[in-house]
Design a protein around this ligand. Structure first.
Ligand code: SF4
Length: 401
């Protein structure tokens, strides 16, 4: 077992450093390539969202603030998306700055904001305290608004067709860093900063940079704080949260045990081990049978249909035989437990992997439908700003990754 798997299996906080910086694996399919200077980066500042209730009370006491002030701060943060001293108007004026500094250090700093789809899609590039860059993408649809967030800086899973995978893993993000992406987006929606006027952030998907199961503890903490009602969380229903994974089986099993009705999305991308070994190196650790068994068990435990993500790559995994095998493998477990999302691959610069031909896409879908599998071609919102799946590579303003 790697340290990540051990931590997931035992949920032993001591085995996961506070920052979530994982030591990384050097063998097998994990390519946790840590940047050489990770040890010097240190920990993200401790944020209100990272603190236990006791830590919050102790921090308040150090500032000479009574316990009830912690509740007021929670109302500000989760209920009104405030983290700025000027907004703590129910606080003694002399204590506002101190409280903001102690509880709400700036964890994510906006570097650039790119807008597409007539203002309905906004991709934000964030700089973290140590200079790391991550991205989140906000997408407004007629009936919902979805935020795609990052949970790691880079990704260690090494899928060859993916822009993020090329970066390797720099480090895990703290729960505070993950949640701040949500708070800012929820605030932007409320304040009408997204085309369409004021509204509400309704959905959150962990499909940005990183493998959420590789940062299980922080991701789970974030899920709880996104879904709890204010003043414990942002009040976005767990049913509207999707946690994706490339197939880290211990993580899927642990998530099923949590009893939180989040949707699970599994990035399958290939129906056979021979092909998936190539496209998703993690398959050599957890093969398609292990992944589908775990995904189906997740459905049994949660009664939430599992999303099977399948990036269609021209001539590689998009042929009729692949669709037939995928249908057979899913139907092996019964009806209606999974929903397939074939995703037209977004071509990335300098990559030999390209999107399928439209006629192959159509045939792929037709074969799945004929076999009784529900499948919808996933919308690739934000394609013109590199904001779609597998393209979040945190390019700086100068275009360097
Ligand atoms: S496809 Fe997902 S799991 Fe694979 S390298 Fe990219 S971000 Fe990581």
């Amino acid at each position: 077992m790697t340290d990540i798997e051990t931590a997931i299996a035992t949920d032993n906080p001591a085995s996961v450093p506070e920052t979530g910086i994982t030591p990384g694996g050097t063998t097998g399919a994990f390519r946790d390539v840590l940047s050489r200077d990770h040890a010097r980066r240190g920990k993200p500042p401790l944020h209100f969202a990272d603190m236990t209730p006791e830590q919050r009370i102790a921090t308040a006491a150090e500032l000479g603030l009574p316990k009830f002030r912690v509740k007021q701060l929670a109302n500000h943060y989760y209920g009104r998306f405030d983290a700025d001293a000027s907004e703590f108007t129910d606080f003694p004026a002399a204590k506002r700055e101190d409280a903001a500094r102690a509880f709400f250090p700036e964890l994510i700093h906006e570097v650039t904001r790119q807008v597409a789809d007539d203002g309905a899609t906004i991709k934000t590039l964030w700089r973290l305290f140590d200079g790391s860059l991550i991205e989140s993408v906000l997408m407004r649809y007629p009936t919902r608004t979805t935020l795609c967030i990052s949970s790691q800086v880079g990704c260690g899973m090494g899928c060859p067709f993916c822009a993020t995978g090329k970066l390797g893993l720099t480090r895990n993000m703290s729960a505070g860093e993950i949640l701040e992406q949500v708070r800012v987006a929820a605030r932007m929606m409320r304040d009408g900063e997204v085309a369409g006027g004021p509204g509400r952030l309704s959905n959150v998907v962990f499909m940005g940079m990183g493998e959420p199961m590789g940062n299980y503890r922080s991701v789970l903490s974030a899920v709880r704080q996104i879904s709890a009602m204010p003043p414990e969380g942002f009040g976005i229903s767990a049913r509207n949260i999707t946690v994706s994974t490339v197939g880290v089986v211990p993580g899927i099993r642990k998530l099923a045990e949590e009893g939180i009705p989040v949707r699970l999305a599994v990035s399958l991308h290939a129906p056979s081990d021979a092909l998936r070994d190539e496209l998703v190196p993690m398959n050599r650790r957890f093969d398609t049978t292990a992944v589908l068994d775990a995904a189906h068990d997740y459905w049994l435990a949660s009664k939430r249909r599992v999303s099977i993500e399948y990036a269609l790559m021209r001539g590689i995994n998009d042929q009729a035989e692949h669709a037939r095998l995928l249908a057979k493998r899913l139907n092996h477990y019964g009806d209606d437990w999974a929903h397939v999302n074939p995703i037209p691959l977004n071509p990335i610069e300098g990559s030999r992997w390209t999107a399928s031909k439209p006629e192959d896409e159509r045939r792929f879908l037709d074969i799945l439908h004929a076999a009784g599998i529900t499948a919808t071609l996933r919308d690739t919102r934000g394609q013109d700003i590199d904001g779609a799946c597998g393209q979040l590579a945190a390019k700086g303003r100068d275009g360097r990754a």
